[in-house]
Design a protein around this ligand. Structure first.
Ligand code: DX5
Ligand code: ZN
Length: 218
């Protein structure tokens, strides 16, 4: 099974100094950098696109874990791959051709993830399991940081863990993750924990380190 990884979401970082924030959070022990891309259409908020990600790429060698909350996604996959993303995660709800989206990601030489909104059942994954490197279980409705963890998602994580079986698929959770909820999600089978506000609210490398450690070992 995979090690526990902490993936800070820069959605909660100071956008006026994103490069430094990425460097600081990696220095503080982050394993991956989680990049929340929003289009104001699939989700009711707008963030950043491939050019911002490209400009961050030189600040760290850490894995860029790109969460695409955009619809359609397919026409933008190449741009995000070229920007330096290592993992491209699309939403199962973002279009009618999830299998094709995953094939496109693979053809670009990147790791492929699928994300499920809270209301989407895990059965959406059934016929794409063998094309997946990562499953992202949303534990809030996507669009904003700082929301409350939806506790019934614990059951979904358990079911996905059972469904995945021996496959080398990372199970990631996103939304409302803090030391108080980290134990629940890792206990259910998640191994990659995204956290935005719980990490960046501290505002210093020391605070980021303490928050990352508290989430890693709740
Ligand atoms: C929500 C994003 C999350 C968000 C998490 O749409 O996908 O990554 O930044 O923020 P917190 O950890 O504050 O819930
Ligand atoms: Zn996210």
């Amino acid at each position: 099974t995979h090690p526990i990884r902490i993936a800070p979401s820069i959605l909660a970082a100071n956008f006026s100094k994103l490069g430094q924030e990425v460097r600081d959070v990696v220095d503080a022990g982050a394993d991956w950098i989680h990049l929340d891309v929003m289009d104001g259409h699939f989700v009711p908020n707008i963030t950043f696109g491939p050019d911002v990600i490209k400009s961050l790429r030189s600040y760290t060698d850490a894995t860029f874990d790109c969460h695409l909350m955009i619809a359609p996604a397919d026409s933008f996959l190449e741009a995000f791959a070229k920007a330096g993303c290592d993992i491209l995660t699309v939403h199962a709800e973002a279009g009618p051709h999830l299998h094709r989206s995953l094939q496109t990601v693979k053809a670009l030489g990147k790791k492929a993830g699928v994300s499920l909104n809270p209301a989407t059942p895990e059965s959406a994954l059934e016929y794409v399991l063998d094309s997946l490197d990562l499953i992202l279980v949303m534990t809030v409705n996507p669009g904003f940081g700082g929301q409350k963890f939806i506790s019934v998602m614990e059951e979904k994580i358990r079911r996905i863990k059972a469904m995945v079986g021996d496959r080398p698929i990372e199970i990631e959770v996103d939304g409302g993750i803090a030391p108080e909820t980290a134990g629940v999600v890792t206990g259910a089978g998640a191994n990659v924990l995204v956290a935005g506000s719980a990490i960046f609210k501290g505002g210093s490398v020391e605070a980021y380190r303490a928050a990352i450690e508290a989430i890693r070992t709740p």
